[in-house]
Design a binder for this molecule. Structure first.
Ligand code: SAM
Length: 471
């Protein structure tokens, strides 16, 4: 049983009234584990993760627990994400070809979900303020095989200075007081104190100011938290629409079978939620009912809040123009090495609609929409193709995870035993005749890394940090 802070109990007893009892009982129920299937992969059938039924919204969510050492996880066919968090991506629902910003993106639950909708088309910009967390985000983007994502590590203000009115859709999955995660995460309870939601609300307001600057006329902003706190939810949206009258709240559809709830208009009144008055001034505002709340006592998942707003098409256009990427060209030797890699190893891999560019010694296929990135802290610039090493070119692990078997000249379909050896870092010996050169290593129909075939042996190019022993 979770040990809840007394101030938290008093606050929600007051706010929820008769419903409070069920709400508090939900904290002693087990956390519901879930995952999403990755539609970007060639084979989306999952062999080694339990399927305990579909999450009631979206097409990719299933209940069940994922282990990090399964084929499904290592090949990026599944992403572990609790069910309520899966609703956020459904609300964003980006279209292929759009420019989308995930402003607080680590570790990547929402980014991988948004990429599933975008089908590798358009630009998905995933930013995370903390570099150590941004690295984890970048690894998850790689495993998922996403080709159109730029991963950066900037403050929201640094980003908005570079990308004014740039995005069609912006998700702010905000840093929050995390009350909705109490059941999942003991540390969230320890960090909480009575004034914590208000402190986070101040931070969220400052981030939202920057987010709005990056929204194009007619664009959409989606704001989400994993907390019940009205200060960070209804009060935040009430503030946002009054600070920016050009933003209009949109209705979030709530299919009956999903047990989603409307936002609570009366909770937009801070005097009321602080218990300073018993009659809320905002109780008749129907607009805030358009937002969505996910309550752990009403559905199978943790606590969440989501709001969707549209920017007017008639706002004044920013005078700052965002210049396009100035791709860094290859020298003649690099050009030759890459051409022979593409000719020898790849088949039918669509290089159009993207820009080949060097970033240090690494070669990337950047999304066509990529803006000028000079001076930015970039961790990933679309699809990493490979690295120039003296007089040779080595394909990137990211490329192996993004390619389907039909995109390569030769692949090697591993048996379950060979997969165990491969993820351990071993050489794979095979009587199968292959051409000398790069081989895409396949597990259950999807790429898992590169091998290089020479005389009956496939040398292992799985990055050392990703190797493990299957017990
Ligand atoms: C709710 S988490 C994001 C979860 C992520 N969207 C996902 O689905 O995996 C909020 C993120 O905000 C980041 N954050 C913390 N302080 C921030 C700030 N001042 N500005 C922007 N982001 C911040 C945190 O590091 C954290 O990664």
């Amino acid at each position: 049983m979770v040990n809840l802070p007394e101030d938290f109990i008093n606050k929600y007893n007051r706010l929820l009234g008769e419903e409070a009892d069920n709400f508090f009982k939900s904290f002693s129920k087990p956390v519901q584990k879930a995952y999403r299937i990755n539609p970007l992969k060639d084979n989306t059938s999952v062999l080694d993760v339990p399927d305990q039924g579909q999450v009631p919204y979206g097409q990719w969510g299933h209940f069940g627990q994922v282990s990090g050492h399964t084929v499904a996880h290592v090949t990026g066919v599944v992403y572990s994400q609790e069910p309520s968090a899966q609703f956020v991506g459904e609300v964003v629902h980006p279209q292929p070809g759009e420019r989308v910003l995930d402003l607080s993106a680590a570790p990547g639950g929402k980014t991988t979900h948004l990429a599933s909708f975008m089908q590798q088309k358009g630009l998905l910009w995933s930013n995370e303020i903390f570099m150590n967390r941004a690295k984890v985000l970048s690894e998850n983007v790689e495993r998922f095989g996403i080709q159109n994502t730029i991963v950066t590590s900037h403050t929201p203000a640094e980003l908005s200075a570079k990308l004014p009115q740039y995005f069609d859709k912006i998700l702010l999955d905000a840093p929050c007081s995390g009350e909705g995660m109490f059941r999942k995460n003991e540390t969230a309870i320890q960090q909480w104190h009575k004034d914590f939601p208000q402190e986070l609300a101040d931070l969220q307001r400052s981030i939202l100011h920057e987010a709005v600057k990056m929204l194009r006329p007619g664009g959409q902003i989606i704001y989400s938290t994993c907390t019940f706190a009205p200060e960070e939810d209804e009060q935040m949206i009430a503030w946002l629409t009054s600070a920016y009258p050009t933003l209009t709240l949109n209705t979030i559809e709530k299919p009956a079978h999903a047990h989603l709830s409307d936002g609570r208009p009366e909770w937009a009144d801070k005097q009321y939620t602080d218990g300073l008055t018993t009659e809320s001034l905002t109780k008749d505002s129907t607009d805030l009912k358009k937002t969505a709340r996910l309550w752990p006592h009403l559905l199978n998942g943790e606590g969440h809040f989501v709001a969707k707003l549209s920017q007017s098409k008639d706002i004044t256009l920013s005078e700052a123009v965002v210049a396009p990427l100035n791709p860094k060209k290859l020298d003649r030797q690099q050009q030759q090495l890459v051409t022979s890699f593409f000719d020898d190893a790849l088949v039918d891999f669509d290089l159009n609609q993207r820009v080949l560019t060097l970033f240090g010694e690494r070669l990337y296929l950047a999304p066509k929409e990529t803006p000028d990135i000079s001076g930015m802290k970039i961790l990933r610039l679309g699809l990493e193709i490979g690295t120039f090493k003296k007089k040779r070119f080595e394909p990137a692990h990211a490329l192996a995870l993004a390619l389907h078997p039909e995109h390569v000249a030769q692949y090697f379909d591993m048996t379950p035993t060979q997969w165990v050896d491969f993820v351990h870092g071993d050489v794979i010996r095979t009587p199968t005749k292959l051409q000398k050169g790069w081989v895409l290593m396949i597990a259950n129909g999807n790429g898992v890394g590169w091998g290089r075939y020479v005389e009956g042996q496939i040398k292992n190019f799985l990055p050392k940090g990703l190797r493990f022993s299957v017990k």
